[in-house]
Design a protein. Structure first.
Length: 209
């Protein structure tokens, strides 16, 4: 039986909190180089749909929450590209190996129980040379912020659907075998007390030829 908080409340909170103009600029930056057929893990309420470039010809959406899927309906219907909901688990993609041109993950690797397995799956389904674009929050190199991330993480996991504040996103991606095209880190604008939630990793990696 699904957790009502995770199923009905969190998707609506996420939809509201992560559709700011600032986050939108980050989404556009990472999605801009994608083309062809794309798999998006953690599709959520479709907040990335407006930022997919015209070169994207199809989106395979992986999303476990039915509430998030319902919130995505209007965005999907007005998208300039076909969106197909195909699976619910980013750790087990129902997609043949080596068939996708690209992949996208935004604010998802923090929550998937086994992020390494999810990245292995993305690597598997990408064609050689395929791009993986990502926008994630994770562990901060500033020891003061990192200390609070570690302190708050147990509470964060309980109240935010399993979300982790302190995952090393860059190390996870590199360990999966991807080659980094570009990656940068930034602290999202906001009050100092929000710093543990706002250290971002964004970039594009590729599956080697």
């Amino acid at each position: 039986m699904s957790n009502p908080w995770n199923e009905y409340v969190l998707p609506r909170m996420t939809d509201r909190l992560l559709r700011t103009p600032t986050v939108g600029r980050y989404r556009q930056e990472v999605a801009s180089s994608l083309s062809g057929d794309i798999v998006e893990i953690g599709f959520g309420s479709g907040l990335n749909v407006p930022y997919y470039p015209a070169a994207v010809t199809g989106i395979t959406a992986i999303e476990p929450s039915q509430t998030a899927r319902r919130l995505a309906v209007e965005r999907v219907e007005t998208a300039g590209v076909s969106v197909e909901f195909l699976g619910v688990d980013g750790q087990d993609l129902p997609i043949a190996s080596g068939t996708m041109d690209g992949a996208l993950s935004t604010f998802t690797l923090c929550t998937i129980p086994d992020a390494a397995q999810a990245l292995d799956e993305i690597f598997r389904v990408l064609k050689p040379g395929g791009q993986f674009a990502f926008l994630e929050h994770g562990v901060c190199p500033d020891s003061r912020v990192r200390k609070w991330q570690n302190r708050l993480n147990p509470l964060q996991r309980r109240t935010a659907g399993g979300c982790n504040l302190n995952r090393s996103i860059d190390h996870l991606i590199e360990s999966a075998g991807f080659s980094t095209v570009w990656m940068r880190n930034t602290q999202m604008p906001g009050p100092a007390f929000a710093s543990p939630w706002g250290y971002l990793y964004l970039g594009v990696s590729t599956k080697p030829e």
